[in-house]
Design a protein around this ligand. Structure first.
Ligand code: AKG
Ligand code: FE2
Length: 528
């Protein structure tokens, strides 16, 4: 994610562009506009549309049922994210599904994946949630497998478009013959297992972090919004594309150049399906409502723009229920996208190759292990002592402490009981007493000279940083927006301990300790 300075530069750049633009709108093209396909070919070539009809029917059925199950169970929740140092609720409700132990970080928020539950006899996950939820997760895992193999096919075959049957598709892509798509779902499972076995793909936690092999989507971020329930959606400001459910953005925290695959499902508000003809007016984005054509329903659309460019027209792509699209190559880097709300409720499942080198439970547990290996506990007294006292070791331990506390524990508890409510997979790792918090200070260590100064300096910077971050999290937990949440979703300021908790070597409030280290440094005098 962006640093403060980078954010500031972006803001300034945006301000200048808006100034240049004045009150004018930038043109954009939809499918019924002349030059649409040409614009797509020339400026949006990483975008590929796969129409609903080219996916297996039974896959649609399972995925759509799964999304409805997740909604019914209340798994989809609005995130209290941070944008430009302010807390805001996302307009869409979300949930993350994915490989066990994976997380996805966006807008200063770490989402913890509900595991796919791909195995029926997963010992670890057996009792973590009920069968309906397990089945729902598994359906999205099947969709994930479909996308993994489909996006590869799309990458392999870059011949120019040959079929004009399904309009429109992206440039340089060939719709797979329908026969080829009528694989049974189990074919995809097998393909998936084989790829896992061969160790290819880019979902593995360690670097390199550039996508080279076939795409292995490791998480999907689900989105849901019912516009009827939203009082005010923002108007798209640059092109006049209409109301936005998700504003302009790049997807964050992805392996460089990895693709994103999206399944779009717009539910019909009424009973029954839209039958009869569809009318295509501007952008083909109105469909006649099912009950005799009274009133038009705006459909959901994706907006795309070239980043930092006010000259290339924008692209607006209407999506019918069941349509999928891919963002390939570097489209996500060079372009931004937004989601334009239609009239009906809509789900999307957005499959990603999350950059997980520091984003898995395995990773953070090994970090803890490493730091703890430097901690000796006296079996008699229970007191703790650091084994290695090199400043570099101390600094590393303190950094790990901050990482565990702020990137994992506080992130998790800030989202309240939401995870434990549907699936208890994360409960045990998060409830574990993270002994990390026991790391003692070196104040008492009888060292002299530069070594001691260096230690104190190291400690001071770690503690100051920790104190600041604790305050930020406290503020976020007690913000007026956080207060509006029901108890089960309300942020919990955890971990927290009282002033005289004997099991904690350091108080929660570090102000006194920081003062002591500061005065120690002062007593040691200036660096020689
Ligand atoms: O819903 C969609 O089609 C895309 C949503 C999106 O851009 C996102 O979740 O990052
Ligand atoms: Fe996105």
């Amino acid at each position: 994610s962006l640093s403060g300075a980078e954010r500031e530069r972006e803001r300034e750049r945006r301000r200048r562009l808006l100034q240049e633009l004045g009150n004018q709108k930038i043109p954009f093209l939809g499918p019924s506009d002349r030059g649409f396909q040409q614009l797509w070919d020339s400026s949006y070539s990483g975008l590929v549309l796969r129409r609903s009809c080219s996916l297996p029917t039974e896959l649609h059925g399972r995925v759509q049922a799964a999304l409805l199950t997740l909604r019914r169970k209340g798994c989809l929740l609005r995130d209290l994210v941070r944008v430009r140092d302010r807390d805001v609720f996302t307009a869409v409700s979300r949930a993350l599904l994915g490989e066990p132990g994976h997380t996805y970080r966006y807008l200063d928020t770490r989402l913890f994946a509900i595991p796919w539950h791909s195995e029926d006899t997963d010992v670890k996950g057996q009792n973590c949630c009920d069968p309906d939820l397990r089945a729902a997760c598994k359906a999205l895992w099947e969709l994930n497998n479909f996308f993994c193999s489909d996006v590869e096919g799309q990458l392999a075959g870059r011949e120019p478009k040959t079929s004009s049957e399904t309009e429109p598709v992206g440039p340089g892509t060939q719709e797979k013959p329908v026969a080829q798509l009528k694989h049974s779902l189990s074919d995809y499972h097998i393909a998936d297992k084989e790829e896992h076995a061969s160790g290819q793909g880019c979902s593995h936690p360690s670097p390199p972090q550039v996508c080279t092999g076939p795409a292995k989507f490791n998480v999907t971020l689900l989105n849901y919004m019912d516009p009827a329930a939203m009082s005010q959606l923002k108007e798209e400001p640059y092109y006049g594309m209409g109301k936005m459910a998700v504003g302009w953005h790049h997807d964050e925290n992805l392996i460089t150049h990895s693709p994103v695959a999206v399944y779009s499902y717009s539910c019909h508000n009424d009973r029954g399906k839209t039958n009869g003809r569809r009318e295509r007016s501007r952008g083909g984005c109105y469909s006649e409502s099912s009950e005799g054509g009274s009133g038009e329903k705006a459909c959901w659309r994706i907006g795309l723009k070239v980043a930092w460019d006010i000259h290339t027209p924008g692209l607006m792509l209407p999506l019918e229920s069941g349509d999928c699209y891919y963002m390939r190559d570097d489209l996500n880097n060079t372009h931004q996208h937004c989601v334009l709300a239609g009239d009906t409720a809509r789900f999307s499942s957005t499959h990603r190759v999350a950059e997980c080198s520091s984003g898995t439970l395995t990773y953070i547990q090994s970090q803890c292990q490493e730091a703890l290996s430097n901690l000796h506990t006296d079996p008699e007294t229970g007191s703790h002592r650091l084994l290695a006292l090199l400043p570099i070791t101390l600094q590393h331990c303190e950094e790990i402490h901050n990482e565990v506390e702020f990137e994992w524990l506080r992130q998790y508890w800030f989202q309240g009981q939401r995870y434990a409510r549907f699936c208890s997979w994360w409960t045990s790792p998060m409830e574990q007493r993270f002994t990390m918090l026991f790391l003692a200070t070196v104040e008492e260590e009888g060292q002299a000279g530069e070594g001691r100064r260096e230690m104190a300096e190291t400690l001071l910077s770690a503690l100051t940083d920790r104190q600041q971050q604790r305050q930020t999290w406290r503020d976020r937990c007690h913000s007026s927006l956080a207060q509006t949440l029901p108890p089960e979703e309300a942020p919990v300021d955890r971990p927290f301990w009282g002033v005289d908790d004997p099991s904690m070597p350091l108080p929660f409030d570090l102000a006194d300790i920081i003062n002591r280290v500061e005065s120690l440094l002062w007593r040691l005098g200036p660096r020689c």
